[in-house]
Design a protein around this ligand. Structure first.
Ligand SMILES: Nc1ncnc2c1ncn2[C@@H]1O[C@H](COP(=O)(O)OP(=O)(O)OP(=O)(O)O)[C@@H](O)[C@H]1O
Ligand SMILES: [Mg+2]
Length: 146
């Protein structure tokens, strides 16, 4: 497990970059955290760390955004997903079997459908600019905290 305190959006992006640089095909990242916690901000860092550029848009309306490069990042917002059928219509299973790196906001909505190897990233709001970020489910990232 990795635990980090972030004191600004920039620090959250920096941590995202470090984790993004360690990702491989088929990794699934499930975010837990309330509205405005920093899930999209963190994903911006993931995309940068994966070498996919410096622009990430919230998938609030599109439900999924794809960023293509050496690996593809599939960025989901599950806020409005209410059933297994809804989930299927997002293309979730197709993206999974294509080996996309999955970054899933509002993963709380699809917990039973997440694969066994899922990496959980919890972002807790401590105050306006402070976040506690916990990475669980894969020891690959633990050295970042040392
Ligand atoms: N330490 C921090 N880390 C991340 N974001 C921060 C931090 N401090 C302040 N913020 C602010 O919190 C907001 C985070 O917004 P973001 O869109 O990333 O949240 P979200 O979790 O994706 O929300 P939603 O559930 O609505 O999609 C931004 O306005 C950002 O500037
Ligand atoms: Mg978001």
């Amino acid at each position: 497990m990795l635990e980090k305190i972030s004191r600004s959006p920039e620090e959250t992006i920096e941590l995202g970059k470090k984790i993004g640089a360690l990702l491989k095909e088929g990794d699934v990242i499930a975010f837990k955290g309330s509205m405005g916690a920093g899930k999209t901000t963190f994903t911006h860092g993931l995309a940068m760390g994966m070498g996919l550029g410096d622009e990430v848009y919230s998938p609030t309306f599109t439900l999924v955004n794809e960023y293509r490069g050496k690996m593809t990042l599939c960025h989901f917002d599950m806020y409005r997903i209410e059933s297994a059928g809804d989930l299927e219509t997002t293309g979730f299973y197709d993206y999974l079997s294509d080996g996309c790196v999955m970054a899933i906001e509002w993963s709380e909505k699809i917990i039973p459908f997440l694969p066994k190897n899922t990496i959980f990233i919890t972002i807790e709001q401590i105050d306006e600019n402070t976040r506690k970020i916990t990475v669980e489910g894969d020891e690959r990232f633990d050295f970042i905290g040392i």
